[in-house]
Design a protein around this ligand. Structure first.
Ligand code: SAH
Ligand code: SF4
Length: 399
């Protein structure tokens, strides 16, 4: 397991003269203001002011902070920026899905600037942003493209938050983005990004502290104010961290189940050898706050001839009996040189019928953004994957 202290201090990215305040926690912001000479007794008030400007209004310049004195605005602008990660590429799918390849500032020891991906999926009743928690992944799920890449490092808390801020910039999801800039905050009903899922690159529970700090920023009522009921963490099954995540974060949970017996799950999700299905489901049954109104989502990728028989479907509903659950059948998204194929549509429909009859509604996740390789498990381009093998600073995937 890779761990790192949560980052709420200001980073000085190599090669950048000024660090950005965008994405910092309240403590991080406080430290930045103290370093800028703001007196101790003013810190709380100033953090509150900046918090609103940065996270409720999405400002990108200190000049927009009209209730902050001109002098302090100038000092802050001398020392810091409000920059977002650099956009290397932005792709827009025919179905409206958008994918951004982002370049993060290099940290001191890094040979090259790391890149991550973030995806926005608009639907009629919601807009979901899929964000990354790590650069690469240490777990080698056999059907996942991210799993073929080395783990480069955990994302810092502010790098996780910055994905949400950048997406809101690009789709015009800040107050005044589309209407006259009257300073009015967008009511939740007008928000484009209503949901956030930690289903991009990486295993979020292996970066617990930073993901937790980032989701606290994302759900802060005076700022980005995303409801915790609309934030979902997806895990491949890091059992010991599940209860702690539930208690400390209060978000929704999704489990990448994908198989109903240990022999097959050992192969698909190798972490199962450490935390088998029975232990995983026990942790789910005990998930804090679990109820019919707050269900766990079980993700099940449809792999042709591997896990898609009707017997598998029946085993799935038997296995989940008694757990307040939703089931998400995910058509497998193929990637170059994978040995798997997506199940036939008819097979998926029959599988879904069994699941539907057991009382689970519309469980098949429609593939989105396929033309821009924006789907689950496909994040991060081939070119980046090839470069990873040459990285001296990469963490051993077995570590
Ligand atoms: N590491 C976490 C979250 C990121 S993966 C996890 O594994 O849960 C998000 C979801 O995409 C998981 O359910 C994962 O199993 C699924 N996934 C990965 N590769 C996929 C692929 N090629 N096609 C469809 N789903 C995939
Ligand atoms: Fe990592 Fe999740 Fe992919 Fe498995 S499915 S390799 S845990 S990102």
């Amino acid at each position: 397991m890779v761990s790192a202290a949560p980052t709420d201090t200001i980073l000085q990215p190599a090669g950048l003269s000024k660090p950005s305040l965008a994405g910092l926690t309240r403590d991080g912001l406080k430290a930045a203001l103290a370093a800028a000479g703001v007196p101790e007794k003013q810190l709380r008030m100033r953090v509150g002011q900046l918090w609103g400007w940065i996270y409720a209004h999405g400002v990108t310049s200190f000049d927009q902070m009209s209730d902050v004195s001109k002098e302090l605005r100038r000092t802050l602008a001398d020392l810091y920026t409000l920059d977002r990660p650099e956009i290397v590429a932005e792709q827009i799918s025919v179905d409206g899905t958008r994918k951004w390849l982002l370049r993060l500032p290099k940290l001191g020891h890094e040979a090259r600037a790391p890149e991550i991906e973030t995806v926005y999926i608009p639907e009629s009743d919601r807009g979901t942003l899929c964000i990354s928690s790590q650069i690469g992944c240490t777990l080698n799920c056999s059907f996942c493209h991210t799993g073929t890449q080395r783990l480069v490092r955990n994302l810092e808390a502010h790098e996780i938050v910055a994905q949400i801020m950048l997406a809101r910039d690009r789709i015009g999801d800040w107050p005044g983005s589309e209407k006259p800039a009257d300073g009015r905050l967008l009511p939740n009903a007008e928000r484009k990004i209503t949901n956030v899922v930690l289903m991009g690159m990486g295993e979020p529970l292996y970066n617990f502290d930073n993901v937790k700090a980032a989701m606290d920023v994302a759900s802060d009522d005076a700022g980005l104010s995303l409801s915790k009921r609309r934030i979902t963490l997806s895990t491949s099954g890091v059992v010991p961290e599940i209860p702690r995540w539930g208690e400390e974060s209060g978000t929704m949970l999704a489990i990448s189940l994908h198989a109903t017996n240990d022999a097959l799950r050992d192969e698909l999700v190798p972490l199962n050898r450490k935390y088998p299905i029975s232990e995983l489901l026990e942790a789910c049954r005990n998930y804090p706050g679990l109820s019919n109104a707050k269900r766990i989502t079980f993700e099940y990728v449809m792999l042709k001839g591997v896990n898609d028989s009707l017997a598998d479907a029946r085993a799935l509903v038997r296995l989940l009996a008694g757990i307040p659950a939703k089931i998400n059948l995910i058509p497998f998204n193929p990637w170059p040189n994978t040995k798997y194929e997506c199940s036939d549509w008819q097979t998926i429909e029959r599988f879904a019928d069994v699941v539907n009859r057991a009382g689970y509604a519309s469980p098949v996740r429609t593939p989105r953004g396929r033309d821009i390789l924006a789907a689950c498990g496909q994040l991060k381009s081939e070119s980046v994957k090839l470069r990873a093998s040459a990285r001296p600073d990469a963490i051993d995937p077995a570590g």
